[in-house]
Design a protein around this ligand. Sequence first.
Ligand SMILES: Nc1ncnc2c1ncn2[C@@H]1O[C@H](COP(=O)(O)OP(=O)(O)OP(=O)(O)O)[C@@H](O)[C@H]1O
Ligand SMILES: [Mg+2]
Length: 233
Amino acid sequence: SGGQQQRVMIAVALACSPKLLIADEPTTALDVTIQRQVMELLARLKQSHQMSLLFISHDLGVVGEISDHVVVMRHGQVREVAPVAQIFSAPQDAYTQALLACRPSLAENPARLMVIDDHIAGRAAAASAVAKDPNAPVVLEARGLRKSFWLKQGLFGKREFQAVKGVSFRLRKGHTLGVVGESGSGKTTMGLTLLRLHEPTGGEVLFDGRDLLRMGGADWQQMRRRIQVVFQN
Ligand SMILES: Nc1ncnc2c1ncn2[C@@H]1O[C@H](COP(=O)(O)OP(=O)(O)OP(=O)(O)O)[C@@H](O)[C@H]1O
Ligand SMILES: [Mg+2]
């Protein structure tokens, strides 16, 4: 099943005890119950491995459930970075406010959704009871990360399309940073560029204080083992 496949993917990614796991829509294709199990598995493993997690999703609810901090992206840009509680209770950016307003209403199917939400609230409370050190070392830092694609235009022409336009954020040891945004906002491109699975166009990515994007062969190979990825499929 999809849920089993996803658990195997996660197990494989964690086999070499990475310091950082990038999960790009790891639960998007799964039903609510299996999604819950995969989320719990991720949260548990993150704790036991003392790992940092970059959790990418278009689903603000899912991101809110697992993250300590949230990055809101739109059109390749970061609109807001804030602690998860602030994103939900006092969003600063107009786009974040719109995203929140567009979430499905609880009133439409109260009985069922309330139960699920209660569970989420319960677990979120339990998870945040383990206080995270706000001054934990920064494991991953993106500084002005950019990625352009060159699209064909006409017979000989090329046009630059900026999929990621200067993204900056920090992810601390043992913390989870959620990345949320609509389809096409550049989340996956950003994740792939962090890992040089796309050739970056500009910016810096510091992992343990060292610039990943300019690291040479052997160093890079060694670093790469400490960062693993889980994709949706
Ligand atoms: N290889 C590519 N060549 C050209 N354009 C691309 C390429 N990959 C992505 N894009 C474009 O970059 C933009 C960002 O795409 P990306 O896949 O990063 O979005 P996303 O936020 O992950 O969306 P989703 O929620 O659907 O996964 C989109 O407009 C997409 O069409
Ligand atoms: Mg994507």
